[in-house]
Design a protein around this ligand. Structure first.
Ligand code: 6AU
Length: 276
């Protein structure tokens, strides 16, 4: 049957990439397809939100370069919380340069992303060499890469042939590319005449998810978990401000309530999709 009708557990059992397998297993074990994006600039807010949403997420998404009081201990604490709450880490770095440069950005610098982030992402704009560069660092560490095949923003240029070529690049590198940041399932996208991919399981992680508003006034567009998971066949919902609000998650109980709400909505939508 098509991948979107299979359970996360069935898919975990078959997935060849260790990061994708661990993500699918975590989703099943914790019964959550929610990833929270913690886009705040101070360590204090960052860790308070993570410790609050931890029980409700499969994957914790970071933009580590926006933390203004960053120090190496941030990574140690993040790793501890990942153990404590049983989630994977996704540094949303959106690499977009030549292979040699992205390999350095991924492995070195202040953040040494590859040493702690199970999953990261890249724009396919440079072509397949961006995958070779990142893979030279990430594959030996068991990491996984997501390509940005589409974006959630109004007027996005990642459409049509660009999206199709992104999917082809992923198919050619399935040991390391585990799926996409996209707005819909990509099964069959970009296939040429006579080509088929019966055993392909490319994950779809989807940002632009919100239950209470349709946009943010800066181009972001929101859909509901049901639209994303049931109607568009995506696998993981990524939610930022819908969870921690406008005050950097100052109200811990409000953050907890939103995390539980999005977890429940995402899981209900998954059960509807696979009919269990
Ligand atoms: O829920 P929000 O709007 O507060 O946050 C959405 C998060 C942000 C974006 O940098 C990210 O998701 N994002 C991405 C990713 C994950 O790559 C791609 C995209 O098309 N749209 C988007 O919002 O941290």
């Amino acid at each position: 049957s098509s991948v979107s009708k299979q359970t996360y557990a069935q898919r975990a059992a078959q997935h060849p990439n260790p990061a994708a397998k661990a993500l699918l297993e975590t989703i099943e074990r914790k019964r959550t397809n929610l990833s929270v994006s913690v886009d705040v600039t101070k360590q204090e807010d960052f860790f308070r939100i993570i410790d609050t949403v931890g029980p409700y997420v499969c994957l914790l998404k970071t933009h580590v370069d926006i933390i203004e009081d960053f120090e190496p201990s941030v990574i140690e604490r993040l790793k501890e919380l990942s153990q404590k709450h049983d989630f994977l880490i996704f540094e949303d770095r959106k690499f977009a340069d030549i292979g040699n440069t992205v390999a350095l950005q991924y492995s070195a610098g202040v953040h040494k992303i590859a040493s702690w982030s199970h999953i990261t992402n890249a724009h396919p704009v440079p072509g397949p060499s961006i995958i070779s560069g990142l893979k030279s660092v990430g594959l030996p560490l068991g990491r996984g890469l997501l390509l940005l095949a589409e974006m959630s923003t109004k007027g996005s240029l990642a459409t049509g042939v660009y999206t199709e070529e992104a999917v082809r690049m992923a198919r050619a590198n399935r040991d390391f590319v585990i799926g996409f940041i996209a707005q819909r399932r990509m099964d069959g996208v970009g296939l040429r005449e006579g080509e088929s991919t019966p055993d392909e399981d490319l994950l779809i992680l989807t940002p632009g998810v919100g239950l209470d508003t349709r946009g943010d006034g800066m181009g972001q567009q929101y859909r509901t978990p049901r639209e994303v998971i049931v109607e568009s066949g995506c696998d993981v919902i990524i939610v930022g401000r819908g969870i921690y609000g406008k005050d950097n998650g100052a109200n811990v109980e409000a953050v907890r309530a939103q995390a539980e709400r999005y977890r429940a909505e995402g899981w209900k939508a998954y059960r509807e999709r696979v009919d269990i």
